[in-house]
Design a protein around this ligand. Structure first.
Ligand code: IMP
Length: 173
């Protein structure tokens, strides 16, 4: 395995995810929430977020893709759609791994809003704000990061490294 510089340790991630789960609970209390986990990158984050969420929750999965290697193609493909009946009239929280150019989140936002949820917000673990091409800001974000290509805790580089329990940067020799 290549050398990896750790950006956020397992403990730092756990702490932040708990905080986000509590913030979301403060918002919804007794109202049921439908979390939409975007595959594959957000799967670890969504599982930990839901395990720490104290209210009534459902989970749905959505898969879109735009990335090849280290760069976004800007062309979004819907690989696994949602069922409208699972979104219509629900309090929806889209759970994303990372927002980079914003193309993906923008696509997801428009796609989900067409299904007329009762309410809609987004929660991303990471936000590369400085890379934004589309003017879009997720409602909640775990960490704002520099323009770095990060891996681990669900995030991949060509499908590798998703299983790391921390978030890091591959050191290129
Ligand atoms: P965007 O459409 O450019 O905002 O890209 C969002 C998607 O690109 C994310 O959901 C990730 O799947 C992927 N992505 C963006 N930056 C990174 C990164 O640093 N590491 C791994 N995947 C990334």
């Amino acid at each position: 395995m290549e050398k990896i510089n750790v950006l956020f340790t397992q403990e730092e991630i756990e702490k932040r995810v708990k905080e986000l789960a509590n913030e979301l609970y403060e918002k919804y209390h007794d109202e049921e929430v439908t979390f939409v986990c975007t595959l594959k990158g957000a799967v670890f984050f969504a599982c930990d977020l839901l395990k720490n969420y104290k209210g009534d929750a459902r989970i749905e999965f959505l898969r879109v893709s735009s990335y090849e290697g280290e760069s976004s193609t800007g062309k979004i493909n819907l690989k696994l759609p949602l069922k409208a009946e699972n979104i219509h009239g629900k309090n929806v929280v889209v759970v994303e791994d990372i927002v980079d150019t914003g193309y993906t989140l923008n696509y997801i936002r428009n796609y989900v809003l067409e299904m007329k949820p009762k309410s809609y917000i987004e929660c991303t673990l990471l936000d590369k704000k400085s890379r934004r091409v589309i003017d879009i800001n997720p409602t909640y974000s775990g960490f704002v990061i520099e323009d770095l290509f990060v891996i681990g805790y669900g995030l991949d580089y060509d499908q590798k490294y998703r299983n790391l329990p921390y978030i890091g940067v591959v050191v290129k020799e």
